[in-house]
Structure formats: C-alpha cells, structure tokens
Design a protein around this ligand. Structure first.
Ligand SMILES: O=P(O)(O)OC[C@H]1O[C@H](OP(=O)(O)OP(=O)(O)O)[C@H](O)[C@@H]1O
Length: 140
C-alpha cells in the first residue's frame, strides 16, 4: 500500500518496466513515472578500460526492440531464444562476438537461464569476455 502524499498522488519511478500493462497495477493515488537505466549503463561502459572493444548482445528480439535505439553506436549481436520446458536455447542470429567484450543487455532476469545460455553461445563463438546488464532482477 502506497499512501497518498500531501500534494496529491505519490510518484513512483519505475526503471525499464517489463510489460507496459503493469502500469495499471497502481490505483489513482499513485503516479507512475517511467525511466530507463540505460544512461547509467552507458556511463559505466565509457569508464571501462576496454570501452573501444565493447559489443552489445540481445538474447532475443524483445530485448533488441526495447533497447537497440539507445545503444546503436555499438556493434550489436542479436540472438534467437526458444524455450523448451525449463530449458532456454539461445542462438546467434546476427553479429560476431569474436575477440570482443560482449555485454548482454536484457529486459529481465528471473532464473538466470537466459543469461547463462547466452553467455555460453557468445563464449563458444569467441567472445573474449562476457558481462551482463539487466534492470529488473527478480531474485527467487
Ligand atoms: O532469467 P530467465 O528465467 O531466463 O528469464 C528472463 C527472460 O524471460 C523473458 O523472456 P521470455 O522468454 O519470457 O520472452 P519475452 O522476451 O517475450 O518476454 C525476459 O525477456 C528474459 O529474456
């Protein structure tokens, strides 16, 4: 329960909301404001000693659609992901990780299976280092 503030509805800032319909979760006493954490990621990437060797990877089309415009000055890798029961099968659809520090950007981590499988496929195609950035993180 979020109490109303003295000035009216309380503002709640949500970073990288997973599904836009989740904004209707709040009642009239809450004013949700939508932001993205990508500027923080960009700031961090600029500080890295290998900033010139960064490639961004999206584990699936959903992540690509959401974030690619904000990261378009980096080389990119787009993957395909299919779920089979509890398994996630990730394949590279376009882009080349060879010799690159690849930063996976996704819109959610839940079990970590997608990140793990994505890391494996990037490493097996020659990525020199794999990191990940995800804003909403549901820790079971
Ligand atoms: O950490 P995990 O348990 O692997 O879950 C995280 C993944 O789940 C969602 O994708 P989903 O396969 O549901 O497809 P979507 O992109 O259409 O949401 C989300 O986009 C992540 O890629």
């Amino acid at each position: 329960m979020i109490p109303k503030s003295r000035g009216g509805p309380t503002s709640v800032v949500i970073y990288d909301i997973h599904a836009l319909q989740e904004r209707f979760y709040f009642g009239d006493d809450v004013l949700p404001c939508f932001e993205t954490g990508i500027p923080l990621l960009l700031q961090r990437l600029r500080q890295l000693p290998d900033a010139e060797n960064i490639t961004i990877a999206f584990p699936d089309d959903g992540a690509w659609k959401r974030f690619h415009k904000l990261l378009q000055h980096f080389p990119m890798i787009v993957c395909n992901k299919v779920r089979e029961g509890d398994k996630r099968i990730v394949r590279i659809k376009e882009g080349n990780p060879e010799g690159r520090h690849v930063v996976i950007v996704d819109d959610l981590v839940q079990s970590g299976g997608t990140l793990r499988e994505c890391q494996k496929v990037l490493a097996s195609h020659g990525a020199s280092k794999v990191s990940a950035y995800v804003t909403p993180c549901c820790v079971p």
